[in-house]
Design a protein around this ligand. Structure first.
Ligand SMILES: Nc1nc2c(ncn2[C@@H]2O[C@H](COP(=O)(O)OP(=O)(O)OP(=O)(O)O)[C@@H](O)[C@H]2O)c(=O)[nH]1
Ligand SMILES: [Mg+2]
Length: 331
């Protein structure tokens, strides 16, 4: 065997095992994705164009975001179990480095899910994003590609919606669920966080607490202001008590309805096109940023340029354009 073909062979072997439904291979693939680099890119390239696994027609991506500690992980675990009850295979990605699934309230669920055999249909994994700009989204999108290749029919992506990068993660989703909790002051928290308008479904979790009715009413009132287009999807507002499984079946029904709406209205193609465009632009930006950060031999000259900007001999705009020209000239 030619030693040069070995990396390719390793990628092919892993890709094959992922498509065969091996949880271990999927986990390994996600580790590759987290590490980034050529190996990860080769893996995605190999799996991207492949049709879904036999018997799996479609992978629906559900983003779950909202207030910190709102019960997102608990809710996702409950949704995953409900989906399994309905015979749907499930993947869960928590792209929230601050709150890994292994450390939170989900641990008990995870252990129970871990009892299921290798291809039992639920796969849970948290992903870290190594601090690079847009890293969360890049990792999430690639992680989803692997889940799809592995034949997961429903993939949940959880993030706390703090910071632009985290909100951006929701752009990888077909359906976005925004989780609120009652009684955090007068306002709907997710409104302030800029999450309200990205919701396809609003949840008021911890509905066992005081003020759930008021929070539901506030959200409905906010929605009423925007309900002007006939035929448009009207985001439902669902109450839940995740640890008691209350509202979970209703929520999964709503996710299902939204998926049907996307398909029937033709919006699915529009969204997927938008997702693809956004992903490519984001990747290109990251690549340019990377090139700019590693100017190689030119670094000496660059320092001189920065000095000129500092001395106000050169405008920052002109300098930035020069930098960009230099970065793109090589490729
Ligand atoms: N009373 C009550 N507690 C809940 C409910 N749902 C979740 N919790 C509790 O709220 C706490 C946080 O739950 P998580 O599921 O970790 O919340 P999260 O939104 O994933 O948290 P982060 O990922 O850290 O933002 C845990 O102690 C849960 O048991 C609920 O409906 N009612
Ligand atoms: Mg969580």
């Amino acid at each position: 065997l030619d030693s040069n073909s070995l990396p390719g062979a390793a990628v092919r072997e892993l890709a094959g095992a992922i498509r065969d439904g091996s949880a271990r291979a999927l986990s390994r693939g996600l580790t590759w994705i987290e590490a980034g680099g050529e190996r990860a890119e080769a893996l995605i390239e190999m799996l991207y164009a492949e049709s879904p696994r036999a018997g799996v027609a479609w992978t629906h991506i559900v983003g779950v975001t909202g207030t910190a500690g709102a019960g997102k992980s608990t809710l996702v675990a409950a949704l995953a179990k409900e989906a399994r009850r309905r015979g749907i295979s499930v993947g869960v990605l928590a792209v929230d480095p601050s709150s890994p699934y292994s450390g939170g309230a989900i641990l008990g669920d995870r252990v129970r899910m871990g009892d299921l055999s290798d291809d039992a249909g639920v796969f849970i994994r948290s992903m870290a994003a190594r601090g690079e700009l847009g890293g969360l989204c890049k990792a999430a999108a690639a992680g989803i590609d692997l889940m799809r290749a592995a034949g997961k029919q429903l993939v949940f992506v959880e993030t706390v919606g703090v910071g632009q990068d985290e909100v951006d993660v929701m752009r990888v989703a077909h359906t976005t669920v925004v989780v609120n909790v009652p009684g955090l002051g007068d306002d709907v928290q997710t409104l302030k966080a800029g999450l309200f308008e990205i919701a396809d479904i609003h949840v008021v979790n911890k509905a066992d607490r005081e003020g759930a009715g008021e929070t539901m009413a506030q959200i409905r009132a906010m929605l009423a202001l925007g309900m002007d287009f006939a035929g448009r999807w009207q985001p439902p507002v669902i109450a839940s008590v995740a640890p008691r499984n209350e509202g979970v079946a209703t929520l999964l029904d709503a996710i299902d309805s939204h998926a049907s709406h996307l398909r029937d209205s033709g919006e699915l193609q529009v969204r997927e096109r938008r997702m693809a465009e956004w992903r490519v632009l984001k990747l290109a930006q990251a690549m340019v940023a990377e090139t700019l950060r590693q100017p190689g031999d030119a670094s000496g000259t660059l320092q001189a340029e920065f000095d000129r900007v500092a001395r106000r001999e050169l405008s920052p705009y002109v300098c930035a354009k020069k930098l960009l020209d230099r970065a793109t000239a090589g490729s």
